[in-house]
Design a binder for this molecule. Structure first.
Ligand SMILES: Nc1ncnc2c1ncn2[C@@H]1O[C@H](COP(=O)(O)OP(=O)(O)OP(=O)(O)O)[C@@H](O)[C@H]1O
Ligand SMILES: [Mg+2]
Length: 465
């Protein structure tokens, strides 16, 4: 296909000379005799290169044409033709994104060269973008990486439902990327320039959750000294992400159900119904079916939420994604810590593939990050990976249980051993910082502190620095 160029020049003789010159270079050439005409074309058609005179008579100028190109096709290079002695404006044009400028009087070779250079640039930029898109299509979606069939299916569903306003329920263990899917659903939708509001239903106390979600009127309860808008209102036009919805109190569940059914609600202490246009995305790591059976989660809400369900498989069931994930995380750490790029040995990869990753991708990211920073060499070996022993023997066969104990006691002991070992490792990996550990393993900070107390863990145990 011939490259498409646009020539914007009010002086007919010069315009014809330029277009003749570029046609002889075998480009497709379009012409505009004034700024208005040029801007209209730029808004509606794609060009590979725009050559514009700076002064275009009385109306819009070459600067306006430049702005229109940058707004509608930012990849397209623009070259300014400037009158002799107008270098100051030329510099301004360059600052505004022009590729180059050619002072009048110009000679033909100069124009030919600048056009060739610009078109080469366009071609490279386009090739680069296409390549990136191809890689993204093959291995990722939004900020999610996944080369295997399971994740590809997730991406496909996500892409399809993103354009709709259907309610989506994202499920999966902790650290499998539920929040990233929620963000991708928003980013790939027509709502992307409106807010994405995430609410962690497990982190807000039962007393505050309704005011948080729906807002409150002045005087609705002690301490409510001013009217406040809630998160549903804040998300108007965009997406609300109800994270950990399985942990929501039953009374709140009823109110959320009503919003899903009627798209309206009242502020706490208010009577006036408020209507919002929000897309609801929810996530949970819980077994909602069991919660419904046992009366902890409303069945009607459950069905309202799971109009579309996105299931994120645990990392141990998709080890085929490990190489792509590891590569991404190694690149990220190298960049963040200004390190030489690290690689992972085959043995180390095999070790990762054998480890069950209870904290899923989040845990993998932490393990990789830690190994990359601490590894003495550029190649990370299996021994550089700090992976907790999750009960059982190193051979992978479960340790022989103590059969003199009743099952329930034995199970409690095993869980406690696991919790102790897991938390100690996690705390050590995060240098004893409770907030960071909680974030890294997907626990609410308060729950982590509570666990630490329950297990009687002390900072000497994990060696605070
Ligand atoms: N497919 C993926 N590709 C790249 N990174 C991922 C992927 N999945 C998860 N991650 C990484 O793991 C981190 C945790 O992901 P996310 O917060 O989406 O998990 P989650 O399922 O919401 O976990 P939780 O239930 O604990 O809230 C992300 O910040 C990201 O670094
Ligand atoms: Mg999450």
């Amino acid at each position: 296909m011939k490259p498409r160029t646009l020539i914007v020049e009010d002086e007919r003789a010069i315009r014809l000379a330029l277009s003749g010159l570029l046609r002889r270079e075998h480009y497709e050439v379009e012409e505009a005799a004034n700024g208005e005409d040029a801007i209209a074309r730029v808004e509606g058609e794609r060009f590979d290169f725009v050559l514009t005179d700076l002064a275009l008579g009385s109306g819009k100028s070459g600067m306006d044409v430049l702005k229109a190109v940058k707004a509608h096709q930012p990849e397209t290079p623009v070259v300014m033709i400037t009158a002799h002695g107008n270098e100051k404006i030329a510099v301004e044009a360059m600052k505004a994104g022009a590729e180059d400028y050619v002072p009048k009087p110009f000679d033909n070779d100069e124009i030919r060269l600048v056009a060739r250079r610009c078109l080469e640039k366009t071609r490279l930029a386009r090739e680069n973008r296409e390549l990136r898109e191809r890689v993204e299509r093959a291995f990722g979606f939004g900020n999610l990486i996944g080369s295997g069939a399971a994740m590809q299916k997730v991406f496909e569903t996500t892409r399809k439902v993103a354009e709709t306003d259907l309610t989506v329920l994202i499920r999966g263990e902790s650290g499998t990327g539920k929040e990233l899917v929620a963000q991708a659903l928003h980013q790939e939708s027509a709502r992307k320039s409106a807010p994405f509001v995430a609410v962690n239903c497990a982190a807000i106390s039962k007393e505050l959750v309704e005011s948080e979600l729906f807002g409150h009127e002045k005087g609705a309860f002690t301490g409510a000294d001013a009217r406040r808008a809630g998160r549903f209102e804040a998300a108007h036009g965009g997406t609300i992400f109800l994270d950990e919805i399985g942990d929501m109190a039953p009374e709140t569940q009823a109110k959320v159900l009503r919003v899903l059914q009627e798209r309206s609600f009242e502020r706490v202490g208010g009577t006036e119904p408020i209507e919002v246009d929000v897309r609801v995305v929810a996530a949970t790591h819980r077994d909602l079916e069991a919660d419904v059976r046992e009366g902890r989660f409303r069945e009607d809400l459950y069905y309202r939420l799971k109009v579309v369900e996105v299931m994120l498989p645990p990392l141990r069931e998709r080890t085929e994604d490990l190489p792509a994930l590891v590569t991404r995380f190694l690149d990220e750490v190298a960049e963040r810590h200004d390190l030489a790029p690290r690689t992972l040995s085959e043995d180390a990869l095999a070790r990762l593939a054998a480890y069950p990753f209870p904290g899923n991708v989040r845990e993998l990211r932490n393990v990789i990050e830690q190994a990359a920073v601490l590894s003495p060499t550029e190649r990370i070996e299996a021994k550089d990976l700090s992976l907790p022993e999750l009960g059982g023997s190193p051979s992978g066969r479960p340790a022989t249980p103590d059969l003199t104990l009743p099952f329930s006691d034995s199970k409690r002991d095993a869980i406690e051993r696991f919790e102790r070992s897991y938390l100690l490792h996690a705390l050590r990996a995060n240098r004893g910082n409770i907030s960071r550990t909680a974030e890294a393993i997907g626990m609410v900070r308060q729950s982590l502190q509570q666990k630490i107390r329950e297990l009687g863990l002390r900072s000497e145990d994990w060696g605070k620095d």
